[in-house]
Design a protein around this ligand. Structure first.
Ligand code: NDP
Ligand code: 8X3
Length: 252
């Protein structure tokens, strides 16, 4: 393959979808991943026809699915140069005494273990080639803990720790490891957190201009197109109206 390959998890919506479009504009071949096959097929229609595109349908929670999905790739699609570990969500918003254990399992299994399963499959090839870039999508929730968000925050603190650990472990191999930590981005995120409650979800973004998925994708595209010796190691990206995880200047 002439073009470098960018693999994006969680490419069926939000930040991942926008990242696929932005990296295609930077001339990467796009390997898009997610569970919703129809969305991945729709994504393929949004890219310029000269951009090589493939998709893989798997649940990041299932290590067997992760392994067999990547093993199914033809040889020319195997040297992944850029891995964007983006798949993830919050599930629920509850105090620690009332949280739903299924929600906790989902957040730990997807945001932490899923990221590990995909990374474990892709990184050895980068090490062999002594070339690669990994972008882990953390969150402001991985920098500050907020009420009722302890398990989601813990999962994103874990992403931050894994990002730092990957950077140390992969340092001898010339692989870039970067963490991007957004604040409020209007995507399907809150719809998933509040289990389809559209009113509650849209309330999260009322009275201010949240980040868009494109805002985050632009930063990802910028990060992966820096010169070889430059690593954008850690970025906290906020909308102007957000002062902390919980401080918002609404209706100003
Ligand atoms: P979306 O809900 O729009 O996108 C989440 C993506 O993750 C979807 O493509 C979804 O694909 C994928 N995903 C979820 N669960 C699984 C799974 N089990 N297996 C495979 N893929 C899965 O939200 P965002 O775009 O906002 O979220 C992307 C990342 O950004 C997440 O890691 C989130 O924590 C983080 N983030 C979001 C912020 C926000 O305010 N929106 C702020 C900070 C960080 P599918 O359902 O098709 O499998
Ligand atoms: C998403 C941002 O503040 O809802 O990670 O946790 S927040």
């Amino acid at each position: 393959m002439e073009r470098k390959i960018a693999c994006i998890t969680g490419a069926t919506s939000g930040i991942g979808w926008a990242t696929a479009l932005h990296l295609a504009k930077e001339d990467y071949a796009i390997l898009a991943c997610g569970r919703r096959k129809d969305r991945l097929e729709e994504l393929s229609t949004k890219l310029s026809p000269e951009i090589p595109f493939r998709y893989l349908v798997f649940d990041v929670r299932d290590q067997e699915q992760v392994i067999s999905a990547f093993d199914s790739l033809p040889v020319e699609w195997q040297p992944i140069e850029v891995l964007v570990n983006n798949a993830g969500n919050a599930h629920g918003l509850d105090t620690i005494d009332q949280g739903d254990v299924e929600d906790w399992d989902a957040m730990v299994d997807i945001n932490v273990k899923g990221l590990l399963y995909v990374s474990r499959k892709i990184i050895p090839g980068m090490v062999d080639r002594k070339s690669g870039q990994i972008i882990n999508i953390g969150s402001i929730a991985g920098k500050e803990v907020y009420a009722k968000g302890s398990v989601y925050c813990a999962s994103k603190y874990a992403v931050d720790a894994l990002t730092k650990g990957m950077r140390i472990d992969l340092n001898p191999h010339g692989i870039k490891v970067m963490g991007i930590h957004p604040g409020a981005v209007e995507t399907e995120f809150s719809l998933v957190r509040f289990k389809g409650d559209t009113e509650r979800a849209s309330g999260v973004y009322q009275g201010f201009d949240p980040l868009t998925a494109d805002d985050v994708a632009e930063i990802i595209a910028f990060a992966v197109t820096r010169p070889k010796h430059v690593v954008m190691a850690d970025v906290l990206l906020l909308p102007l109206a957000q002062g902390s995880a919980t401080v918002f200047n609404r209706n100003s």
